[in-house]
Design a protein. Structure first.
Lengths: 152, 207, 380, 441
């Protein structure tokens, strides 16, 4: 009974067990790496990426009702909403909407707070830029995400 | 601030009206309902443990209550170390879960120090609180629970409360030369940053 | 504070070579201090005579931030303390505020919370195993565990939209309903994971080098653990069968059948075995929770603007690293008056000195790994 | 020169061991060996990263060249142009000298490595001693590096290293002695080319070439001789040599999780690359000792099946097996070329990859061309021994990578324990038993 462990030790059974694991993993099928710009990960539908302001697809009018709830919900106070009462329709209309994404932590609280379907955190995760203008305006956010296209 | 609402420092022996919840485990499993504006109020904690302490220390035990199934004692500063000692040795509260403080700048006794204790044998959790003035020292419990060492250091670091008897009371999270005690209510969240920015970068504010 | 001998200015030609003792400044930039921990070691040759931890390099003032945010706004911040187990942090905070509001999440939300938290426990233990093995010199388990953790992160991403700092739960329940096919995916993952855990064990458990490096290293007994406030797997490996999920169940943990693994000796090997066993138990809990996932609402009826009544509560949960507690004081306004976090890593790290005194430099690394600290949580 | 070169290619029988006796050939050999070792280190760099990556379910270098083939060159260029940092408190001279010492020692050992009966720079009659002695000098370089850096981590790394290398050298030396005993123990070992040895039949040899020839004469590799004692000595050597070269699981001097980078923590750029070069050269050197002493050096497996005359493999006389094995080098290269071409075909058809695809195809073509050259009968005849020697070395290199991927690292006291309490007694025992068995035979 006590011989077996000694024999196992002499014949390096414990080490060989480990060696066999690493050896078997050399099969190229096991490779888990994604070659990022060429292979892209599948982004989940609920992914919280760069914010986007949705527009009515038919009329291209913004869905934002300038309620300011997103600005109130933001823990970092990154969102600024400027609104103006339209004299004709007597409705509040958004005139400027900006977010400082450099400090955004993508918690999704603004998205939760939005009473319409306007503000949404999109699937865009590639927003590294060469400039520091991280304060995104309404125009940029309404255009939505622009997936980076690598040429050549 | 339950003490403010109660505001009865003498704390007479509360009559046993309602059997207290045995432990924190007995959380009220009520159906979800919107919290009433008044909210639950602390009930007197009537159990052998506080009763024995109260009979022993008398009015030094200012309060023994239960709030949402969680028990706590409010104790005078002078006896708190003895109370903690007795809790550890006679009532098996062998695990000092946490030690922290709360700052109430408007009160006379500005700081409320909270020891959260747990007993493995009784599977019970309780809090011991004491209130001290600004600048008053608090007794250190490192000799009772070595776990309190860093917690007291952190408490000193954040509130400036001095624990007498602590072996090595230094700042722990902040650098040694830090100005002020950040978790005091009169310490603005931006002031350190602004002072630094004004001195080093020559701009008004870093925000 | 002890200064590294080589940096003290006025010692002239006296260097550390002149004495038998030497001061080694390990960190804050060191491969195996798991972040920015700085440990000042006093050495005699390679033997450790004493340690001093210098922490705070990652201090962000989370508790101060909490006083300046509303209850709901503070939820994403707790994810950033123990960023390896952000779901657990979120769960603890949400439970604390729910307690303060004297309400409870619906049953379905509780089950979803259990599933997510246990998945997160698996992920956290995987990060621990990989980095711990890497500290001891075995490079490969890191890649296997990170590969398997990736699947968990994908489930997180599908469930709540983020991988690491998840912000998965909200006060009063969950805001995200289980996505389509989540149950099957999680069950499939459980089936996938169990052989993988065997594989990690095949690489390490019987390996003679691993045994030598971990057995009898960093021994701490149960009494010392309790005195030092050490909780979690470290406490259990010292033979104290205590798990908050059993001792004071929260979030329906009392409905699940699982065991608390313990170890006899309280050394690094036992802690390794306890965590491996805990991974298996987590899989077991996940299976039960997915099988018994009830229908119903996922959000309790709580007001839009949270104004808990005046009072204070302490609620703690069993995070992967130990007891994670939140002490919340409410003054009846929308912002917490005081939030105190009882971080398991911070308290556990205190035991480092006791565990490494008299051992070798290499053991310091092993013990830091086995304590499973996350500096984001130590420093907050 | 041309004439002597042709003569060299032409001759089958006139070759004597250590043919590089004259200065011209010695110089050519030195250049060839240094270039060869450097190339081997470069390719080892790539192979290690790739093999390690694949064991760890990663890809490894993929971007510089097809499948990262040019990565070692990119790294070399990067290291050459990197800023050369010398710590302020360092002992400048020693700091400068340490990598030089370590590289010189690592390369000097290749003086006596016999890649074939005629393919050695020189045939010293104390070849093994020379190799062991010179390779153990590298500890000097490490200690110098650690001391000169004037920093805690390098100091500890170098102290660890010196203790480790010295204690493992004992076990290593004992294992080597038991192999050397075997060269003299068998009466059949008559070494016609050694004047001294031929005068005293049954006397062993320390010459690297002589040891391989002894194995040829005795018709067995020493690893199988006196089974299991030859094997045990080999295993002891194989363990000790990993410790000797500071590789995992004995990589304490540079244990990155404890000592950051050990003795070369303060080095950067070109100096650091010299340490790496020396480490890999050292691995090759000690592996070649192991190959020479136990695995029959340049001899191919089952060479003894066709009679005793195998000192110079001769494909005409050996029959089908010999002929087939003489084709092996070319076949291996063809296979590698095939792998390249398969890679070319399987590469995603994206314009980004066009250059990489062409590069890989060209590399495959190059390999195929070398294979074709190796098919030519004179080359085929010459290259065989080198091929087998290199092949065995490659196995060892793979083992190094494999260990590194699998094992945790020993602690310092445990390392010493393994060295002194396990390896040394076993090596002593094996030595004694080998001597007894050898005399009794």
């Amino acid at each position: 009974m006590s011989l077996a462990p000694i024999l196992r030790k002499i014949f390096f059974v414990d080490l060989l067990k480990g060696l066999s694991v690493t050896f078997q993993y050399q099969d190229p099928k096991e490779i888990y790496t994604e070659q990022y710009p060429l292979e892209r990960p599948a982004i989940a539908g609920r992914y919280r990426g760069l914010p986007r302001l949705n527009v009515n697809p038919d009329t291209r009018e913004t869905l934002c009702i300038a309620c300011d709830l997103c600005a109130l919900a933001c823990p970092e106070h990154l969102i600024v909403v400027k609104s103006e009462r339209n004299a004709a329709t007597k409705r509040k209309e958004v005139i400027a909407w900006a977010i400082d994404v450099s400090r955004c932590m993508f918690c999704g609280l603004c998205e939760d707070a939005c009473p319409t379907d306007c503000l949404e955190l999109s699937q865009d995760y590639e927003f590294a830029t060469y400039s520091r203008d991280f304060i995104l305006s309404r125009e940029r956010l309404e255009k939505g995400s622009e997936p980076t296209v690598y040429k050549k | 601030m339950p003490e403010e609402t109660k505001g009865n420092p003498t704390a007479p022996q509360p009559p046993a009206e309602k059997p207290a919840a045995p432990a924190a485990a007995a959380a009220p499993a009520k159906p979800a309902a919107p919290a009433k504006p008044a909210g639950p109020v602390p009930q007197p904690w009537n159990a052998p443990l506080p009763n024995s302490l109260q009979s022993r220390f008398g009015s030094a035990i200012k309060e023994a209550s239960t709030y949402i199934g969680q028990n706590y004692l409010v104790v005078e500063r002078e006896v708190v170390r003895d109370v903690l000692h007795i809790l550890r040795d006679e009532h098996q509260f062998d695990y000092c879960v946490d030690l922290t403080a709360v700052h109430y700048p408007k009160k006379d006794l500005q700081f409320e120090i909270v020891w959260i204790l747990y007993s493995f044998a009784r599977n019970e959790r309780m809090r011991v609180k004491t209130q001290i003035k600004d600048g008053e020292p608090a007794p250190s419990v490192v000799a009772l629970w070595p776990a309190a060492n860093w917690m007291e250091r952190e408490c000193y670091d954040m509130f400036g409360i001095v624990f007498t008897g602590h072996p090595d009371l230094r700042r722990i999270l902040l650098p040694d030369g830090w100005n002020g005690f950040p978790l005091r209510k009169d310490y603005g969240i931006l002031q350190q940053d602004q002072a630094w920015v004004q001195a080093n970068l020559g701009i008004e504010s870093g925000q | 504070m002890t200064q590294p001998a080589s940096t003290s200015p006025n010692t002239g030609d006296r260097t550390f070579l002149d004495s038998t003792e030497m001061v080694l400044n390990m960190g804050p930039q060191h491969p195996s201090t798991h972040g920015v921990l700085r440990v000042i070691l006093k050495l005699d040759g390679e033997k450790v005579l004493g340690t001093e931890c210098v922490i705070g390099y990652l201090h962000r003032g989370v508790e101060k931030i909490a006083e300046n945010r509303t209850y709901a706004m503070f939820t994403p911040y707790v994810d950033r303390m123990d960023y390896v187990a952000s779901v657990s942090n979120g769960l603890g905070y949400c439970l604390a505020i729910e307690k303060l509001l004297n309400t409870e999440a619906p049953l379905r939300a509780q089950y979803i919370r259990v599933i997510m938290t246990e998945l997160n426990r698996l992920a956290s233990h995987m990060v621990w195993l990989g980095t711990h093995a890497l500290d001891i010199g075995a490079m490969t388990p890191l890649f296997y565990t990170f590969r398997d953790r990736e699947e968990i992160l994908k489930i997180f991403e599908k469930y709540c939209g983020a991988r690491l700092t998840t912000h998965a739960f909200r006060i009063g329940g969950c805001i995200y309903e289980a996505y389509e096919g989540m149950e099957q995916e999680i069950l499939k993952y459980c089936d996938f994971l169990e052989p993988k855990i065997d594989e990690y064990e095949q690489l390490l458990t019987t390996n003679r080098i691993w045994l030598e490096r971990t057995k009898g290293v960093g021994v701490i007994n149960g009494e010392d653990c309790i005195a030092l406030g050490v909780t979690g797997p470290v406490l259990r490996a010292s033979g104290v069968k205590w798990d908050l999920r059993k001792a004071q169940p929260y979030s329906s943990y009392e409905k699940f059948d699982f065991e608390i693994p313990t170890g006899p000796n309280g050394d690094t090997y036992d802690r390794y075995m306890v965590r491996i066993a805990e991974m298996r138990q987590s899989v077991r809990i996940i299976r039960q929770a997915v099988a018994g996932l009830p229908e119903g609402p996922i959000m309790a009826k709580i007001p839009k603007v949270l104004k808990p009544p005046v009072g204070e509560v302490y609620v703690s949960i069993e995070a992967p690293k130990g007891e994670l507690g939140y002490f919340v004081v409410s003054d009846g306004t929308t912002q917490p008056y005081r939030v105190r976090v009882r971080p398991p890593s911070f308290v556990n790290l205190q035991a480092l000195d006791k565990m490494v005194r008299g051992q070798l430099v290499a053991d310091v690394v092993a013990v830091i790994g086995t304590l499973d600290i996350v500096l984001g949580e130590v420093d907050r | 020169m041309l004439q002597s070169f042709l003569q060299y290619l032409d001759s089958n029988v006139t070759l004597t061991p250590g043919a590089a006796g004259n200065y011209l050939w010695a110089t050519v050999y030195v250049v060839v060996v240094i270039v060869g070792v450097s190339l081997a280190v470069l390719s080892m760099n790539w192979i290690e990263r790739k093999a390690l990556a694949h064991m760890q379910v990663r890809l490894g270098p993929m971007r510089v060249g097809p499948h990262g083939l040019l990565q070692p060159f990119a790294d070399a260029i990067k290291l050459l142009v990197k800023e050369d940092i010398m710590p302020d408190g360092a002992d400048k001279l020693v700091f400068w000298l340490a990598p030089v010492v370590i590289v010189i020692t690592a390369w000097t050992t290749f003086l006596v490595v016999p890649f074939g009966p005629a393919h050695a720079i020189t045939d010293m009659n104390i070849g093994v001693l020379f190799m062991l002695g010179v390779s153990s000098l590298s500890v000097l370089g490490i200690v110098m590096a650690g001391w000169a850096s004037n920093s805690s981590y390098p100091l500890m790394g170098s102290l660890r290293s010196s203790a480790q290398m010295i204690s493992y050298e004992v076990a290593m030396g004992l294992a080597v002695i038991s192999a050397i005993l075997m060269t003299g123990l068998n009466d059949t070992g008559i070494y016609f080319h050694h004047a001294v040895a031929s005068a005293f039949p049954g006397v062993g040899t320390l010459s690297m070439i002589g040891i391989v020839q002894a194995q040829a004469e005795q018709g067995t590799w020493f690893v199988f001789k006196f089974f299991p004692f030859g094997l045990m000595a080999f295993v002891i050597f194989a363990i000790a040599m990993v410790a000797e070269t500071n590789r995992a699981p004995f990589d304490l001097p540079e244990a990155e999780s404890e000592l950051v980078a050990g003795f070369h923590t303060e080095y950067s750029g070109f100096r650091w690359s010299l340490f790496m070069l020396a480490e890999y050269s050292g691995m090759l050197a000690v592996s070649s000792i192991a190959v020479t002493l136990w695995l029959g050096g340049w001899l191919r497996p089952f060479a003894t099946w066709h009679g005793p005359r195998i000192t110079i493999p001769h494909y005409w006389q050996g029959g089908a097996l010999d002929f087939a094995s003489s084709l092996l080098p070319a076949v291996v290269l063809f296979l590698l070329a095939l792998v390249c071409f398969v890679g070319v075909v399987r590469m995603p058809k994206i314009p980004v990859f066009r250059i990489q695809m062409l590069g890989l195809a060209a590399f495959g073509g190059l390999l195929g061309f070398i294979g074709l050259v190796l098919l030519a009968p004179p080359v085929r005849d010459r290259i065989q021994d080198i091929f087998w020697f290199t092949f065995k070395l490659a196995v060892f290199m793979y083992l190094y990578i494999w260990y590194r991927a699998t094992f945790p690292r020993y602690r310092f006291d445990q390392l010493m324990k393994v060295g002194w309490k396990v390896l040394l007694p076993v090596a002593l025992g094996v030595l004694i038993v080998t001597a007894i068995v050898g005399v009794l035979r």
